[in-house]
Design a protein around this ligand. Sequence first.
Ligand code: IVH
Length: 705
Amino acid sequence: MSEYPEHIWRRARELRETIELHNYNYYSLDAPTIPDAEYDELFRELQELERHYPELVTPDSPTQRIGAAALKEFSKVHHRTPMLSLGNAFSAAEVEAFDRRVRQTLGTDEVEYAVEPKFDGLAISLCYEKGVLATGATRGDGYIGEDVTRNLRTIRAIPLRLQPNRDNTAVPAFMEVRGEVLMLRSDFEKLNRQQREKNEREFINPRNAAAGSLRQLDPGITASRRLTFFAYGIGACEGGDLPHDKQNHVMDYLESLKFPVMRERDTVLGVAGLLEYHGKISGMREQLAYEIDGAVYKVNDLAQQEKLGFVSRAPRFAIAHKFPAQEATTQVLGITVHVGRTGALTPVARLRPVFVGGVTVTNATLHNEDEIRRKDVMIGDSVIVRRAGDVIPEVVAVQKEKRSADARFFAMPTHCPVCGSKAVRLPGEALTRCTGGLFCPAQRKQSILHFASRRAMNIRGLGDKLVDHLVDRAIIETPADLYKLDATAVAALERMAEKSARNIVNAIEKSKDTTLARIIYSLGIRNVGETTARDLARHFGRLDRLMAANAESLQQVGDVGPVVAQSITSFFNEAHNVEVIRQLRARGVHWQESEDTGQTKAGLSPHKGFDADKVAGKTFVLTGSLPNLSREDARDRIESAGGKVTGSVSRNTDYVVTGVDPGSKYDKAVELGIAILDEAGLLQLLQNSQADSRLDSRLIPSLNP
Ligand code: IVH
């Protein structure tokens, strides 16, 4: 009789089989079908079961080894010292438990730790013989890896020959350097752009891209992919002057041998130091040029490390403190269409709720029709969802092998789902738009919400539920109608307490006293974000003057190109827009207007009160193709002036540079009120930039001053 119930035995067998399958997909095929976090969870569940019922442990359990067998095509390499894995912690409590175990084993009160980012790439081992790179291998199963030397040689970050260090002492006769191969986010985005252009499969994330690029039988392909490397440790070593005291000195030694090492490493004391570092590194995560998925804590004293030793799969002296996973799988329950302020129809995947990036996600944007086709998303599909930082959750890939026969195709509606007006997609545009304008209640609601938003008229308490009620019951139609509301009318709405009704009416009253820049921004003119609104206010000084301006005089304002000028003139050509402005004034909305008739000088207007330097340290997003500069050119110029180019628009974006056919990023920038530049505006900004063009664009904030 076994000591464990039958269903436990079954579950353990199922877990072993599933994990082995995922190992094969991940390690041998480079084609993972589940996110790492889910794999980790399966692994942990099996470990838990085996801990409770040790009789369940079989010699072939995945817990008894590290990875999966090497691919046939590459020759095998025995690692002189095994490449181990790290235990994981996901919470402060688990970090505390780790520190407690360490202190108990060592019999000390406080432990010093070397702390580092946890790179989200691929572990490799580099063997140097008499200072020359002899072999480089993947981790494989931890004991035997694949010989990818030819591919590793293509990575410029990896030294082919060790230079004697500063003191001119000897290089080791033999040394295994351990580290991580990665793809920088910028190179990943570039690669996926190229894949798209070639109509080839895109990579899910930089780690998959790095893995796919390193394990190529043709080193030419690897070379074209731009990988990078960071060293984080040393395996076997003979000769040389490897420090034998502290982990951080080992890192300094690697650095002196010209290996790339992370700048963000540090040493800290005790659990408080560990958690503080975790906070710091998670705060700079989105700014790093590469992806990390946590922090690694290592007991700094090497003698103490030795005393702590290893458990089967990982050292006892180190642990990975992981961030909440940014990717998870879930199911698309349906696809609905959201109507934005400018009438853009955005398909949104309604998801089975899933915890990802630290929050429960129920919706993810599918951007537009082309994206749905490209990713081949169908209703009912299992999908990988990603939520990074404060970026809107996104469907990154479909797990097609899981598609069931009743998965349903989604077609963009031909009519607006809210007002029934025709929906059109203009040639060359990715977006489908409702043609209903302010007739469309969805656009009306969005324009009222925009009008009331914090950076516009800042009417506190006017949320979407209330606006829904007010518009649905035809109590208000335009933003100007807000100034007709009284507390009794608002309080008459369901679920509205008298006090909050009064608060809202007071907030509306208070908003009457505003500025010209805010009123311009509040109108919700397409393509006029907060910054452009400020520039326009400064340039024209009076609303009437702006309303009367033609396209030519509008383009005298820095950052205003033909597209923005066109949006402004069409807006003021609409009689009902002019009427809303008249009503706003009539109902007491007022702002200061300038007396003089003069205008600021043509060209770049003093730029929105930004700091002296307009490029260094600023974040740019490029969208659409620029008339003269290639994307790479634009990126290079921005980066060499000290700016940063990222792939998606968020509140942290400073500028969005748009060209012909801008995508959804453009709309997002407008929504968020982010400064929008065209190519000429960008060039002017670069010219005015005081940045030292020799600045290393990849300067990474350092924790070690
Ligand atoms: S030390 C014996 N340091 O994490 C411990 N590993 O789960 C050896 N990794 O396969 C690892 N960043 O690829 C170490 N700063 C870092 C790391 C790091 C990423 C990876 C490594 C390893 C995995 C362990």
